[in-house]
Design a protein around this ligand. Sequence first.
Ligand SMILES: Cc1cc2nc3c(=O)[nH]c(=O)nc-3n(C[C@H](O)[C@H](O)[C@H](O)COP(=O)(O)OP(=O)(O)OC[C@H]3O[C@@H](n4cnc5c(N)ncnc54)[C@H](O)[C@@H]3O)c2cc1C
Length: 446
Amino acid sequence: MSEADSEPDVVIVGGGFAGVTAARELSMRGRSAVLVEARDRLGGRTYTADHDGHAMELGGTWVHPLQPHVWSEVDRYGVETETFPVLEGLRQAVVSDGRVVDLSDDDAAKALAAFDQFSAPGVTLFPEPFSETLGPDPQGLGDRSLREQLETLHVAPELRDWVEGMCCLIAFGPLDQSGATEVFRCYALAGYSAAQAMAALSATKLVKGTRELIRSIAGQATLADIRLNSPVRRVVQTDDGVRVELDSGEAIHAPTALIALPMNVLNSVEFEPRLSEIKRTASTDRHAGAGMKCYVRVKGDVGNVSMVAPESQAINYLVTYDHGADGSWLIVFSANPKRLPMTEFDDADGMQEALQLFLPGVEVERIVGWDWTNDPLALGTWCIYRPGQLAEVLPDLRTTEGRLFFAGSDSASTWRGFIDGAIESGCRSARHIDDYLTASGAAAQS
Ligand SMILES: Cc1cc2nc3c(=O)[nH]c(=O)nc-3n(C[C@H](O)[C@H](O)[C@H](O)COP(=O)(O)OP(=O)(O)OC[C@H]3O[C@@H](n4cnc5c(N)ncnc54)[C@H](O)[C@@H]3O)c2cc1C
């Protein structure tokens, strides 16, 4: 096994927004790093891909000024943003009782009011949402699933189905396995307002894609050697540092390492000594996010539509991405892809069947997407804790173990599960590593 020539201050494992932000922050503090990323690109669960003349986001997409870390990066690099979906002429609808019900502006306002009602426990559970302080929880809401919380909502069926559909979109996993606190937290972070929460979750995107932002951040990681196509298989802590072993046989040694991997894949790297039991169990159990997002090309002009559907439906949200007489692109979200009548990820016939309820007669030509749940480097979509994981897993997931530090959106304090959370945790872990290196006498480069 060959050893790398010069020893960096830190080895960063994982080149998503968390790892790349940490690399830049360490550079700015005069600390050198080698960042090793298994894929042939940076960005991890964000992935801008070119199809049909569009920069399509196959993973993370929406950002918002209410998300302070990502918005500060957008501003810092002058990255252009746009409103999406386009609101002009937008037809809004919900599937209820097996049929499509169009929503007037008044209906849409009522649906938001129902979401306010549903999310009200967020006011007491997250009294200071941008701190880590949790409020009192005498009713044990922290252990409640979204399904259980939905059973407490008594509003008109269409409104309930809309709220349930939005829960599917936020959780992107089975509602009985997704913690209600995850929705309460987003609601609290958005100023205890359903309207603001919807805006934060799905109203603004980057014109040239998330890849422009991550490339900008990486461009300022001047003291980092970023290596793509470099899967890590083993991380060993020794008496004088950390040895990170790659699949290629190369080993990189440094005083510290930052593990910026998704929670669900932690167990696919061998750690010596083993990681804490809580981290290993969390990685085995996984978080609940396991949905399917894809772009679907259909014949003809379907107009500008936004449709929500409850969990009993195979599709829980669809929105027009682009439309014209030559054809339209839809973005389709399914929280439970096993409900889709599809034999494989790009099964156009199966998708066509699933779409009939929403857009009768629609003909599917093509599907573009990424199967995150079966991608061994992600093993899931965005992080949505299962009931009880918030209290049990979160504090441990980012706890330092010896010379190993941890970062990632899955363990962020505030907008966990979002690009914002990845950036937040990358900044924080870089500060902790710098403090550690200073305390252990390693001088920073000037
Ligand atoms: C379909 C989808 C839609 C989303 N929509 C939104 C949205 O609209 N807005 C939003 O803010 N967020 C969204 N998210 C969530 C957001 O994309 C993620 O929370 C965030 O990008 C995670 O960043 P990260 O750096 O923590 O992890 P990741 O991006 O997962 O980065 C981890 C990196 O580690 C690498 N890696 C894994 N194993 C190894 C190994 N053995 N060796 C070396 N490298 C390894 C991976 O390849 C990856 O690049 C979405 C996610 C998905 C999947």
